[in-house]
Ligand binder design. Structure first.
Ligand SMILES: Nc1nc2c(ncn2[C@@H]2O[C@H](COP(=O)(O)OP(=O)(O)OP(=O)(O)O)[C@@H](O)[C@H]2O)c(=O)[nH]1
Ligand SMILES: [Mg+2]
Length: 575
C-alpha cells in the first residue's frame, strides 16, 4: 500500500510527482500483480469490496474509432456494461455527481455528456486514433479522468485491448484523478485499494472467469491466463515519457474538480518522500526471479491442464463407446444455448440474462423423435475479440465440438448485433477446422420478433447461394422444436455413411463423414477379416488414434478415425 497520507504532505513540486509517480506506480503495480498471482486461486478484483460492503464502482468507457458501425455503438457499450456487471462491479452513470464539478467547467462537460447513451451506463469516447501511451489522446484522457473522479469509481474499464504499458500509464493518470476526488470528498471515498485499477476487455473477461469458473479445468486455465498476463506486464519495461501528458491531465483536473486549486491538487498528489518510500519498499525479489517463478508455475499449470485434457478425452471416448451421437451447441454468449438444452433434455442448467453464465461444458442425454439416444453438449459462449489469454479455456469447448457429430450454431435473431455475433462464432469454427457441412444454424428468440420479421429474415437468408435450411425456434415458448429435431435427424443421416469394405462379411460400419470418431471392430470377427477392415479404415480415413484400444466389456477393438476428404467425395461408391 502506498506510503501517502495527509501528514506527509509537503509543498512538493508537481514535476517531482510526475517524474516519480511512474516509478512508484510501476513498482506498485507490478508488485501487486505479482503478489496476487503468487497466491492466486480465483482471488482477484471481483472479490474486492468497498469498506461500506458495496460492490466496487466501475466507470465503463467504450472507445469508438472511425469506421466502426455507428448503429452498434449503444449495443457494444451495453455489452461492456454487462461484462462489468458479470464481474460483480456496479456500473456508474458517467454523468453522476455533477456537484464535484466547478461551475466554470460545466459547459465543457455538457458537451461530453451529450455523447453518452442515456440508457447505457457507459461513456462513449470518440477517438480519432489510438494513443500509443495512454490509449486516449490527452483531451479525452482528461475527460475520462474527470469522469472517474466525479463518479468516485474504483475501477476504470476500457472496452478495448490495452497494452500492459497503456494500462499502467492510465492507472497513473487515474491516480491523479482519484486523489483529487478523495481530497474533495474524503469522508465519502474510502476504499481498500489505494488507487484506481484499469481493466481492459481481456482482463475483465478474465475476472469474470476467475469469479465464476467452478471446474478444475476452468480454474487452471484462468491461473494460466493470469500467469501469462503478469509475465507480459513484467516484460513490458518501465514507464517512460509520459510526463507531459500527465501534466496536462493534472492541469485539466485542477480546473474541473471543485475545491481543488492547481497548487492544492499538486500538493495532494504525494510528496517526494512518500514516493521514494513506496518505491524502495517494492519486493526484494528481482524481476528475473519473478519471471522464473511465473515460468515455473506456467509449466506446472500446463502439465495439469494436459492431464485434464487426457481425462476429458477418455470421457469423450467413453461417450462414443455408448454408440451415441453427440450434438454440440455453440453460439455467442446469452443467445439461449442452455435454455435449448434444458428444453430438449429436460435438464436444469442455469439460464440467466447476462454474459458468460455457462463457463463449463455440460453433456446431457436426450432422445430424438426416431427413438435414438444422443448427447447434447452445452458450451461456453463466445464473444467478440476473445482474449488471447483465454484460448486455453475455450480450447476445451473447441475439442468437444470437434468431436461432436452435428453442431448447432445458435443465434439470437432479436439482437441488433446478430450479424456480428454470427460472424464471430463462424470465424472461431473456421479457425478450428470445424466443417460447415456439419453445422446447422438455429435462429432462437423468434418470440421477440413478429412473424413478418422472421419471414423477411428467412427470405434474405434463402437468397444466399449456399443457404441451408434454418430452424427458427423459441426456447422460451418451445415453438419450432419439431422442425429443429427433424433437421438434426436429417443432418445425422446425411453425415453418416455405411462403409461396406467389400469383404466377405456382413459387417457394415456406420461412420460419420466428419469429425474424429470411434469405430468398433467386433471381437468375434475372424482374424483375417478384422485385419482387412483395419487396412480398409487406414486407406479411407486418417486414423487419429493409432493404437488399438480394447473395449473392456466386450473385447471389441476400437479405432479413432476421421474420414478422408477423398473418401467423403466418393461417398456414392461406398454406399
Ligand atoms: N425471449 C426469449 N428469451 C430467451 C429465449 N431463449 C433464451 N432466452 C433468454 O435469454 C437469456 C440467456 O439464456 P441462456 O440460455 O442462459 O443463454 P446462453 O447462450 O446459455 O448464455 P451463456 O451461458 O451466458 O453463454 C435468458 O434470460 C433466457 O431466459 C427465447 O427463445 N426467447
Ligand atoms: Mg449458458
Amino acid at each position: 500500500m502506498l506510503g501517502f497520507c495527509a501528514k506527509d504532505l509537503q509543498p512538493a513540486a508537481f514535476k517531482i510527482f510526475v517524474r516519480a509517480a511512474p516509478l512508484r506506480s510501476w513498482s506498485c503495480h507490478t508488485a501487486r500483480a505479482f503478489r496476487a498471482f503468487r497466491g492466486f486461486r480465483g482471488r482477484n478484483v471481483s472479490s474486492w469490496s468497498r469498506v461500506d460492503g458495496k460492490a466496487p464502482r466501475v466507470l465503463v468507457v467504450h472507445p469508438r474509432l472511425p469506421g466502426e458501425n455507428e448503429q452498434l455503438v449503444p449495443w457494444d457499450a451495453a455489452e461492456a456494461v454487462a461484462l462489468a456487471r458479470a464481474v460483480g462491479w456496479q456500473s456508474v452513470q458517467p454523468g453522476e455527481n455533477p456537484g464535484l464539478l466547478s461551475s466554470s467547467s460545466e459547459d465543457e462537460e455538457t458537451e461530453s455528456e451529450d455523447e453518452v447513451e442515456e440508457e447505457v451506463e457507459a461513456y462513449v469516447a470518440r477517438l480519432e486514433r489510438v494513443d500509443p501511451k495512454f490509449y486516449f489522446h490527452v483531451q479525452e484522457l482528461s475527460r475520462v479522468a474527470v469522469l472517474v473522479a466525479r463518479s468516485k469509481a474504483d475501477v476504470l474499464f476500457v472496452n478495448a485491448s490495452l497494452s500492459p504499458a497503456q494500462q499502467r500509464h492510465l492507472e497513473v493518470a487515474m491516480d491523479l484523478a482519484w486523489r483529487a476526488a478523495r481530497q474533495s470528498r474524503s469522508s465519502e471515498v474510502q476504499l481498500h485499494q489505494s488507487s484506481i485499477s484499469v481493466f481492459d476487455r481481456s482482463r475483465t473477461v478474465l475476472a469474470i472467469f476467475a469469479r465464476r469458473a467452478s471446474t478444475q479445468n476452468a480454474r487452471l486455465s484462468i491461473e494460466l491466463a493470469e500467469a501469462q498476463e503478469v509475465k507480459a506486464r513484467l516484460g513490458a519495461g518501465a514507464v517512460q515519457g509520459i510526463t507531459l501528458q500527465l501534466q496536462r491531465v493534472a492541469n485539466d483536473l485542477s480546473r474541473k474538480v471543485a475545491g481543488c486549486s492547481k497548487t492544492a491538487l499538486l500538493s495532494r498528489s504525494g510528496s517526494a518522500r512518500g514516493v521514494t518510500t513506496s518505491f524502495t519498499s517494492s519486493p526484494q525479489i528481482t524481476r528475473q526471479k519473478q519471471q522464473r517463478a511465473i515460468e515455473e508455475k506456467e509449466k506446472r499449470l500446463r502439465e495439469e491442464i494436459a492431464s485434464l485434457q487426457k481425462a476429458r478425452r477418455t470421457r469423450r471416448q467413453q461417450r462414443s463407446r455408448d454408440g451415441l451421437q453427440s450434438i454440440g451447441l455453440v453460439g455467442y454468449t446469452n443467445v439461449g444455448k442452455s435454455a435449448i438444452v434444458n428444453r430438449l433434455a429436460g435438464s436444469d442448467l442455469v439460464v440467466k440474462d447476462g454474459v458468460f453464465v455457462t463457463l463449463d461444458l455440460a453433456a446431457r442425454r436426450f432422445e430424438l423423435p426416431s427413438g435414438s439416444q444422443c448427447h447434447i453438449l452445452d458450451s461456453v459462449g463466445f464473444i467478440k475479440d476473445l482474449p488471447i489469454e483465454l484460448v486455453e479455456v475455450f480450447q476445451a469447448t473447441i475439442q468437444e465440438l470437434q468431436a461432436a457429430t452435428v453442431i448447432l450454431h445458435v443465434r439470437d435473431m432479436a439482437h441488433p448485433s446478430r450479424e456480428e455475433q454470427g460472424q464471430t462464432v463462424r470465424s472461431v469454427l473456421d479457425e478450428n477446422g470445424i466443417e460447415e457441412e456439419r453445422v446447422i444454424e438455429v435462429w432462437n428468440k423468434t418470440d421477440l420478433l413478429t412473424e413478418r420479421q422472421v419471414q423477411h429474415l428467412l427470405f434474405l437468408h434463402r437468397r444466399k447461394d449456399d443457404a441451408s435450411p434454418v430452424p427458427t425456434i423459441s426456447a422460451l415458448t418451445g415453438d419450432g422444436f419439431d422442425h429443429l429435431l427433424e433437421t438434426v435427424e436429417k443432418k445425422l443421416q446425411d453425415l453418416s455413411v455405411k462403409l461396406v469394405p467389400g469383404l466377405n462379411t456382413s459387417t457394415a460400419l456406420e461412420v460419420s463423414c466428419t469429425g474424429p470418431q470411434l469405430v468398433r471392430i467386433p471381437h468375434d470377427l475372424p482374424p483375417q477379416q478384422a485385419a482387412d477392415l483395419w487396412s480398409f479404415l487406414h486407406e479411407t480415413s486418417s486414423v487419429v488414434e493409432d493404437s488399438i484400444a480394447s473395449c473392456k466389456d466386450t473385447s471389441d477393438v476400437l479405432l479413432e478415425v476421421k474420414m478422408d476428404n477423398a473418401t467423403r467425395s466418393r461417398k456414392a461408391h461406398i454406399l
